[in-house]
Design a protein around this ligand. Structure first.
Ligand SMILES: Cc1cc2nc3c(=O)[nH]c(=O)nc-3n(C[C@H](O)[C@H](O)[C@H](O)COP(=O)(O)O)c2cc1C
Length: 197
């Protein structure tokens, strides 16, 4: 039995309607984790109103938009963060990238201004999983496209700010999964939730 962990689930889908596959996956992970005694918090990126980050100046010096404070608090609180999103034009949806740009501020996710960029990683001590859904077969994304955008997220964003280890779940051919295929994935996500993995 895994000891109780604090888990933050970040639902990165811009469309917050309940029929989305991503919503079902987040729900399944949350159900498994809660039933196993883990503490779970959720952030629904598509529901948060926040402005685009437009300058280095505001990244370094402007206050974080107050609507994003729960996201920073949730990340600070968590021992394990799971990021869910659909692949859009080969990458995470722009809204999720905009969210990460705002939240990953100096002093919180990277060293304060003037600190060595490869020195202290403020979010060390946390693990992560990235769950990505896509229309193409997952094998095509992994082997033909070399999973470039997921690798970039894992190495250049999550790893850079200190997350380790980072695992991934790639769910492909979403349009032909059928009810049985979806049920199989929900079961897998429920199990990952129970393992806080
Ligand atoms: C704007 C947009 C761009 C997309 N781009 C891709 C893509 O580049 N590669 C791919 O395999 N699927 C692509 N898809 C398919 C989505 O990944 C798929 O619909 C999604 O993962 C299904 O999950 P959902 O039900 O939670 O939306 C795209 C879909 C949309 C709406």
């Amino acid at each position: 039995m895994t000891s109780s962990r604090r888990i933050l689930l970040i639902e990165g889908h811009p469309d917050t309607s309940a029929e989305r596959l991503n919503r079902a996956l987040v729900d399944a992970y949350a159900a498994g984790a809660t039933a196993a005694g883990h503490q779970v918090r959720r952030i629904l990126v598509g529901d948060i109103a926040f402005p685009w980050l437009k300058s280095a100046e505001s990244w370094q010096h402007a206050a974080l938009p107050s609507s994003l404070q729960p996201a920073q608090d949730g990340i600070a609180w968590a021992e394990h963060v799971v990021l869910f999103f659909p692949l859009w034009l080969g990458d995470m949806p722009a809204l999720l990238k905009a969210f990460l740009e705002q939240v990953a501020r100096p002093g919180f996710a990277v060293g304060p201004e003037g600190a060595k960029p490869f020195g202290h990683k403020p979010l060390s001590g946390r693990s992560a999983r990235v769950v990505v859904t896509m229309g193409m077969p997952a094998l095509a994304y992994r082997w033909y496209f070399r999973a470039h955008s997921v690798k970039s997220l894992e190495r250049n964003i999550l790893g850079f700010v200190g997350f380790a280890p980072i695992h991934e779940t790639l769910i492909g051919s979403v349009d032909s999964l059928g009810a049985e295929g979806v049920a199989r994935w929900l079961k897998k996500l429920d199990k990952l939730g129970a393992q806080a993995a």
